[in-house]
Ligand binder design. Structure first.
Ligand code: AP5
Length: 202
């Protein structure tokens, strides 16, 4: 099974990709996570783009993705979370990989801003929380699952959030037109969004 989750920043595509990769036993490939987990000079370079809310250039992104899907854990399939986001990336995908479903987790701009500003992430296990929705940690700044400390991403400033939404409209909208993805209402509970996606995959 090969899936693509496309959606506005903050739409919950990462949350869903994480849940579904476990349920379906396939890999979760988030280009954003790969950039954030990178090290050395490559990390410095990509952070000069992502921290301000800009896209990383296509050549770097495509090279990284091509290398990632060659790994053993991709043999059974994968979910792309946040790829493709530009027309050259979409063209690469069309040429090189046969995707089963492309799903657009849709939310309004207002909801996206609310979710991006309130997001907190566990440093230890990566669990996601949100201070502005009903996904609040039980103890302040502490992960319910592993007790790890929660942090904010560098691109959670109001400037970067504004930029990410602007770029989404400019770059991602033409891709939505090209692929005509299945649209899921992302403004429901996390469980309900998962249920809706699973219905499509049945
Ligand atoms: P990336 O990491 O992909 O970030 P993004 O697209 O901006 O998306 P987010 O991670 O902010 O949101 P999400 O939709 O995954 O939502 P989440 O599940 O976290 O990319 C970061 C950067 O890397 C980009 O800006 C760019 O610079 C670069 N990059 C990445 N891919 C690239 C590419 N292909 N080409 C070039 N550059 C690239 O949820 C958000 C919050 O809401 C969380 O707090 C969560 O707990 C909460 N939440 C989720 N679902 C619900 C729900 N149903 N109800 C209530 N709360 C919810």
């Amino acid at each position: 099974m090969k899936l693509v989750f496309i959606g506005k920043p903050g739409s919950g595509k990462g949350t869903q990709a994480k849940i579904l990769s476990k349920k379906l036993k396939i890999s979760h490939i988030s280009t954003g996570d790969l950039f954030r987990q990178s090290t050395g000079e490559f990390s410095k370079l990509v952070h000069s783009y992502i921290d301000g809310g800009n896209f990383v250039p296509d050549d770097l992104t495509i090279k990284m993705l091509r290398e990632r899907i060659l790994k053993e854990d991709c043999k059974n399939g994968f979910i792309f979370d946040g790829f493709p986001r530009t027309l050259p990336q979409a063209e690469m995908l069309e040429k090189e990989i046969k995707i089963d479903y492309i799903i657009d987790v849709h939310i309004s701009d207002e909801e996206a801003i609310k979710r991006m500003s309130g997001r907190r992430i566990c440093k230890k296990c990566g669990e996601l929380y949100n201070l502005n929705t009903n996904h609040i940690p039980k103890k302040k700044n502490m992960c319910d699952k592993c007790g790890g400390i929660l942090f904010k991403r560098e691109d959670q400033t109001s400037e970067a959030i504004k930029k990410r939404i602007e770029i989404h409209y400019k770059e991602v909208k033409p891709i939505l037109k090209k692929f005509n993805p299945i649209i899921i209402n992302g403004e429901q509970s996390i469980d309900k969004v998962t249920e809706d996606i699973l219905k499509i995959l049945e």
